[in-house]
Write a protein that binds this ligand. Structure first.
Ligand code: DOR
Ligand code: ZN
Length: 371
């Protein structure tokens, strides 16, 4: 029990080189559709028991029927016996039908709604043009207790791309939280110290997810020795001091910061293009990447709460019952992944990670047996 961490209470481990955690969840992921879904889905499902699945397909997932059909396609893409629950989300548009959303939530098909400001990111053209247009929808979400997940960037071309998240806090999120104090909101994939401070200062209804890549990539990484499209995602990575603030927040043990990879695979040629797509495919080594960051911060003992406890508590869902095990063992990440149909450059391509995903069981974690 000599891990170099600040708090090893929630961590069960046989020795320093084995890390056993309650099964984690990914509270923000892009599983895609068609050949990319077939390739990518199991990378998430093998590590995580549940995942909040983003609805930015073309066309977007706006109805209960579309979400049910997509959920079926996801499950069909996985190996038999994989224990994985996709948690579906509804893509908000200016015209979205409140009744449809409420029905989906009541039936257990939709877990949350996703707000993409129109034009903010990949496949967001059908998103919301002004948050005022969905005021009645937000009112309904507040009443039924359905979480709102937000891509927190304004899209005005007048606003510098590195400032779009901070401006969103002031111009959009502050009025929404003031008007709907009972609305549960998750500020997705935060990238700034402003957002960290905003969430810390907010009440218990606001939480944030933090990606594995924003804990490791700052804006200089996009220009290291040349243009690096595989480090490009949205919200775009910011200055180093913002990355440091995110690392502190994620490893702090604060219950309103939790894991959401935003793993977002794109074909290699669509990233390496004159107008390359935003997105980093982190799913294959998601837990290993977070573990590396937490280890570097001397906080491995806090990884389990970040990955497996704070998310379900915020969403009001039960904690998972099984466990996953990582081993401290070098792992070479391939420079390219894929199959006959897709070619994807993963996060950490050609790097060697210190940890390796080793095992997953449906056995109850030790601390549960003691309860
Ligand atoms: O980098 C990103 N990729 N950010 C998003 O918000 C969307 C995602 C995607 O769908 O590719
Ligand atoms: Zn996303």
């Amino acid at each position: 029990m000599s891990l170099q961490d600040n708090d090893s209470q929630t961590l069960s481990h046989d020795d320093d080189d084995v890390l056993t955690l309650r099964e984690p969840d990914d509270w923000h992921v892009h599983l895609r559709d068609g050949p990319m879904l077939a390739f990518a889905a199991d990378y998430t499902a093998r590590q995580f028991a549940r995942a909040i699945v983003m609805p930015n397909l073309v066309p977007p997932v706006t109805t209960v029927a579309a979400a049910e059909a997509y959920r079926t396609r996801i499950l069909d893409a996985l190996p038999e016996n994989r224990r994985f629950t996709p948690l579906m989300t509804a893509y908000l548009t200016d015209e979205i039908d409140r009744e449809e959303i409420a029905k989906g939530f009541r039936n257990g098909v939709f877990t949350a709604c996703k707000l993409y400001p129109a034009g903010a990111t990949t496949h967001s053209a059908a998103g919301v043009t002004s948050v005022r247009k969905i005021w009645p929808v937000l009112e309904r979400l507040q009443t039924i207790g359905m979480p709102l997940l937000v891509h927190g960037e304004v899209v005005s071309p007048d606003i510098d791309i590195f400032d779009r998240e901070a401006v969103f806090l002031e111009k959009v999120l502050t009025p929404v939280l003031a008007a709907f104090p009972g609305l549960k909101v998750v500020l997705e994939h935060i990238t700034t110290e402003d957002s960290v401070g905003f969430v810390e200062a907010a009440g218990s209804n606001l939480a944030a997810t933090i990606t594995a890549h924003h804990l490791r990539v700052d804006r200089s990484a996009m220009f290291e020795g040349g243009l690096r499209p595989h480090a490009y995602c949205l919200p775009v990575a910011k200055r180093r001091r913002h990355k440091e603030a995110l690392r502190k927040a994620a490893t702090s043990g604060h219950p309103r910061f939790f894991l959401g990879t935003d793993s977002a695979p794109h074909q290699k040629h669509e990233k390496e293009s004159a107008c390359g797509c935003a997105g980093i495919f982190s799913a294959p080594t998601a837990l290993e990447s977070y573990a590396q960051t937490f280890a570097e911060e001397g906080a491995l003992g806090r990884l389990e709460a970040f990955a497996s406890e704070f998310g379900p508590r915020f969403y009001g869902l039960p904690l998972n019952k099984g466990t996953v095990t990582l081993r401290r063992e070098p792992q070479d990440v391939p420079e390219l992944m894929g199959d006959d149909n897709v070619h994807v450059v993963p996060f950490h391509a050609s790097e060697t990670l210190a940890w390796r995903f080793a095992d997953r069981t449906d056995q109850t974690p030790d601390d549960d047996r003691l309860r």
